[in-house]
Design a protein around this ligand. Structure first.
Ligand code: AMP
Length: 392
C-alpha cells in the first residue's frame, strides 16, 4: 500500500493506492487551522472527526485512524509520496526524503513561497506519524528539467539567473508526464518516440510541448502564474503593468493578491472561477462570462500555436484537467482558432469527451489526432514513490 499526500496552505489531500497502483481511498481535509475545519473520504464516503481548528498533523492522524478503523490501511505503507511544487534546478527526478533533501526543498522555498513551506509541513507531519516508512518527494517541476536553455531563459540581466535562479521552471509536470505515458499506451509506441502538446486545464492551467518523450517548452515559468488564463490567476500580462499599478498607488502585496486570486476567469467575468458556472451564465446571455471563456480559449489557442515552434512532428494534442476533460465548448472554441494548423473536431466525439477506445475527439480528416485523457497526478506520485523507495 502506498500513501500519497498533497498539502495546500489550508488543505490536505490523502490518497491510498495498492501495489498495482489502483486507488483504494481518497480523502480531503479543508479549512485547516480554522474553527470549521473538516475532512472526509470520497471513496468510501466517510466523514472524519477532527479536533477543533485541526492543523495538518492532526488532520493527517485523524484521516489515517479513520482508514485503519475501516480496514483500508492495515500494516505499514510501503512508501509515502509527497507532491512538492518546486524542485528548482536541484531536483530532476523524485527524491527519497532525508535531512539533506528536506534542506534542499527548504532552499527552493524562495522560488515558491506559497507552496514549498506547506509541502514541508505535510512531510514533517507524515514523518512524525510514520518514522520508519520511506518518504519520497515528487516535484511538479521535475519533468521539465529537459527544457532547452532557449525555452527556459528570460531576457533579463544574466546575473538574475546566475545568482538567483530566475528562469522558467514549468509546473504540472506529473500531469504532463501522465499524458505522455497514456498517449504512448493508446498509440502502442514507447514514450521516448512520442511528440505531443499536452494542455492541462484545471483551476491552474498549463500547456507543454513534449518532443521524443521530453518536455521542451511549457507555458508556466518561474512561478505557476505565467502563461494561460486560469481560474483566479491572470497568466501573462505586460510587465509594464507593474510600473503602471505602482503609479496608481497599488502596493506590491496587492498586486500579488490581484494577479493570483482575483484575476483569470474570476476577474474577467466578475462572477466565478468555475468554468461550469461560467458556461451556464454565458448560455443564459451573460456577456462578461462569455468574454471570460473567449479570452481563455483564445489565449490557449495562441499557446498551442506557440508550442509548435518546439516540435518537428505532432502525434497528438491532448486535453486534460477538470476543464480539458469536461468542457466540450472550450475544446471546440480553442480549436476553432487553429484551423490553419489543420485540427478538426468530430462534434459527436467531442460531446462524448472522447469516451471511445482511442480517446479521440478529432474528425477523421483532422491533420492531427486530438485526445481527451483524464489526468491522475496522484497515481504518478504513487508510482514514483514506489519506484524510488524500491531502488534504495
Ligand atoms: P481541476 O482543478 O482539474 O479539478 O479543474 C477544475 C475546473 O474544471 C473548474 O473550472 C471546473 O469548473 C472545471 N470543470 C469541472 N467539470 C466541468 C464540466 N463538466 N464542464 C466544464 N468545466 C468543468
Amino acid at each position: 500500500m502506498i500513501l500519497v499526500i498533497n498539502c495546500g496552505s489550508s488543505s490536505l489531500k490523502l490518497a491510498v493506492f495498492n501495489e498495482q497502483l489502483e486507488n483504494t481511498a481518497s480523502g480531503l481535509a479543508e479549512r485547516l487551522g480554522q474553527t470549521d475545519a473538516t475532512a472526509r473520504f470520497k471513496e468510501p464516503d466517510t466523514e472524519v472527526a477532527l479536533p477543533a481548528s485541526a492543523d495538518h498533523q492532526q488532520a493527517l492522524e485523524a484521516m489515517v485512524n479513520t482508514l485503519k478503523s475501516r480496514g483500508l490501511l492495515d500494516g505499514t505503507p510501503l512508501a509515502i509520496g509527497h507532491r512538492v511544487v518546486h524542485g528548482g534546478e536541484t531536483f530532476r527526478e523524485a527524491a527519497l526524503i532525508n535531512d539533506e533533501v528536506l534542506r534542499a526543498i527548504e532552499d527552493c522555498a524562495s522560488l515558491a513561497p506559497l507552496h514549498n513551506p506547506v509541502n514541508l509541513t505535510g512531510i514533517r507531519a507524515t514523518r512524525a506519524l510514520f518514522p520508519d516508512v520511506p518518504q519520497v518527494a515528487v516535484f511538479d517541476t521535475a519533468f521539465h528539467h529537459t527544457l532547452p536553455e532557449q525555452a527556459y531563459r528570460y531576457a533579463l540581466p544574466d546575473r538574475f539567473y546566475q545568482e538567483w535562479g530566475v528562469r522558467r521552471y514549468g509546473f504540472h509536470g506529473t500531469s504532463h508526464y501522465f499524458m505522455l505515458n497514456e498517449t504512448a499506451r493508446l498509440l502502442g509506441r514507447p514514450p521516448s518516440t512520442i511528440s505531443l502538446i499536452s494542455a492541462h486545464l484545471g483551476n491552474g492551467c498549463s500547456v507543454t510541448a513534449i518532443r521524443d518523450g521530453e518536455s521542451v517548452d511549457t507555458s508556466m515559468g518561474l512561478t505557476p502564474l505565467e502563461g494561460l488564463v486560469m481560474g483566479t490567476r491572470s497568466g501573462d500580462v505586460d510587465p509594464g503593468l507593474f510600473d503602471f499599478l505602482r503609479n496608481k498607488g497599488v502596493s506590491g502585496e496587492e498586486v500579488h493578491r490581484i494577479l493570483n486570486n482575483e484575476s483569470g476567469l474570476l476577474g474577467l467575468s466578475g462572477e466565478s472561477n468555475d468554468m461550469r458556472i461560467l458556461e451556464k451564465l454565458a448560455a443564459s446571455g451573460n456577456s462578461q462570462a462569455a468574454l471570460a471563456i473567449e479570452v481563455f480559449c483564445f489565449r490557449l489557442a495562441r499557446y498551442i500555436g506557440a508550442m509548435c515552434a518546439s516540435l518537428d512532428r505532432l502525434d497528438a494534442l491532448v486535453f486534460t484537467g477538470g476543464i480539458g476533460e469536461n468542457s466540450t465548448h472550450v475544446r471546440a472554441r480553442t480549436l476553432s482558432h487553429l484551423k490553419l494548423l489543420g485540427f478538426t473536431l468530430d462534434d459527436a466525439r467531442n460531446r462524448e469527451h472522447g469516451r471511445n477506445s482511442r480517446n479521440e475527439i478529432n474528425h477523421s480528416h483532422s491533420r492531427f489526432p486530438v485526445l481527451v485523457i483524464p489526468t491522475n497526478e496522484e497515481r504518478v506520485i504513487a508510482g514514483e514513490a514506489l519506484k524510488t523507495a524500491n531502488s534504495q
